[in-house]
Design a binder for this molecule. Sequence first.
Ligand code: 0GY
Length: 295
Amino acid sequence: MTTDTAPRITSWHAAPSVPAFTPPPGAVDAHCHVFGPMAQFPFSAKAKYLPEDAGPDMLFALRDRLGFSRNVIVQASCHGTDNRATLNAIARSQGKARGVAVVDPAISDADLEALHTGGIRGVRFNFLKRLVDDAPKDKFLEIARRIQPLGWHVVIYFEADILEELRPFLDAIPTLVVVDHMGRPDVTQGPGGTDMKAFRALLDSRDDIWTKVTCPDRLDAKGPPWDDFANAVRPLVEDYPDRVLWGTDWPHPNMQDAIPNDGALVDMIPRIVPTAALQQKLLVDNPMRLYWPDC
Ligand code: 0GY
């Protein structure tokens, strides 16, 4: 996509509500992104969408408005393998953000070390054809082996229809794995549907596969109040309470036609995680174990 002429997209709510639900102290928004600012950190020539700037100041203002303490910033596909926008946001967070990078397979060990120093704790492998041109499994496995000594994990983004095809690849990843948005199940099938069953089989295959119970707005086509999402996801959190993370997904890449209200997303939390003990695990203990084990 040429970044000179393409129209830039706004995919986030201008005035999200203050949620009725109060997250526990120290809560982590463990899946969010930054876009640019483009003048400082240009988008990739291979970007599949061209967003307006959504930089660190906006992210930290949202964090405070929603009652969260920390962010895990996931490198967005529109920035390709240039992680400078993500690193800039982490550097400006005063220790309140860490990140997940997307790296070129040819990255040097010194550059991996530099990412670690900059607050990166994982790499993301993206299998969505609408977001990336290729997803080379052999190269991804090489990267996974190289990040293992750093104590990092792999974050993986795929859709439910390729889960079975991906199983040998997933089995071969030597680090802890975090699956974005539960591998995008069809939540209308309910908690015992084909997609959720297949996803549970994956979780049962290894105790170091975690997931983000995120994105009712992406997964529940009926829209708010996202009842199908709540119905399908709540039992999953109850059954895997030590392996789940939660995040806003702000600034909601590609959601410009159904922009979610971030306050409403936070108000979904008690519907999928009804007890204070489970909320503490989901929002504080689990993300802290993964991203701030030093704290
Ligand atoms: C998400 C989902 C999407 C986009 C990206 O990196 C990205 O561009 O992750 C999507 O379009 O489904 O998790 O942000």
